[in-house]
Design a protein around this ligand. Structure first.
Ligand SMILES: Nc1ncnc2c1ncn2[C@@H]1O[C@H](COP(=O)(O)OP(=O)(O)O)[C@@H](O)[C@H]1O
Ligand SMILES: [Mg+2]
Length: 236
């Protein structure tokens, strides 16, 4: 297993956001966690990245328990994060934002080659490379946040509600890119989403999260046909 989470709990004071959650992801898999607003999706990803501490349970990555490591050590092991609402650096240019993703490892990667590849994935970022990130649209900021994560050649990409606030045509475009990265480049991806249809459509397996607990899991193709999922998450 690349990522193995067992019995994880996250609290904010007395508020229980993640409640005894177990989840795994094999190398090369694209796994999604679907859930409504407030289900605990961001808390889960923030905890995997090391931004919020667990109250209990364990997180192992490539066989090592990483649950007490600081964020930068998890990043150094190859975990990268596309946070909710992209969170790009507004006062830096597009190019400078991408550069921050390669901080400390620029000499170890083919930075110019990788940059050209990202610009070919998202041509709008090349057109706007010298613009401040704050001047980009929401969709462009998501593309930038993905690029900032990808420049570091991650082993595992965590993606928090990349569809939020995007027009349907852009949701399709961004999800197509994630699927392509997984299928053609073998990138392991853990995606959390309210957009169940889009995420079940590109993932191999999915978990359904309700108030911090996994209530259903399985092959995404099976969940798409599951009457409970259809009623609660697909509006069918
Ligand atoms: N910093 C915080 N302080 C207190 N409660 C929080 C904080 N962040 C999230 N929560 C609560 O934890 C629960 C899960 O939130 P979150 O992980 O953001 O869910 P989701 O990403 O699925 O919308 C919610 O009840 C939310 O109100
Ligand atoms: Mg969230």
């Amino acid at each position: 297993m690349l990522l193995e989470i067992s019995d994880l709990s996250v609290f904010y004071g007395d508020i229980r956001a993640v409640d005894g959650l177990s989840l795994s992801l094999k190398e090369g898999e694209l796994v999604s966690v679907i859930g409504a607003n407030g289900a605990g999706k961001s808390s889960l990803l923030n905890c995997i990245m090391g931004i919020v501490p667990p109250r209990g349970g364990s997180i192992s990555f490539s066989g090592d328990d990483i649950s007490s490591l600081p964020v930068h050590k998890r990043a150094a092991r190859g975990i990268r994060f596309v946070p909710e609402r992209a969170r790009v650096f507004p006062r830096l240019s597009v190019y400078e934002n991408i550069l921050t993703g390669a901080y400390g490892i620029r000499s170890k990667i083919d930075f110019p080659g990788k940059l050209q590849w990202l610009y070919s994935l998202f041509p709008v970022l090349e057109e706007r490379r010298n613009q401040l990130a704050s001047t980009l649209s929401g969709g462009e900021q998501q593309m930038l946040a993905i690029s900032r994560a990808l420049i570091a050649e991650p082993k595992l990409l965590l993606v928090d509600e990349v569809s939020m606030g995007l027009m349907p045509v852009l949701v399709d475009k961004v999800f197509d890119v994630l699927k392509m990265l997984n299928r053609e480049h073998g990138l392991s991806i853990l995606l959390v989403e309210q957009n169940a249809l889009a995420s079940l459509g590109i993932s191999h397996r999915s978990y359904v999260l309700e108030t911090g607990r996994i209530v259903l899991e399985g092959a995404s193709a099976d969940l798409l046909k599951d009457p409970k999922v259809q009623e609660a998450y697909l509006g069918l």
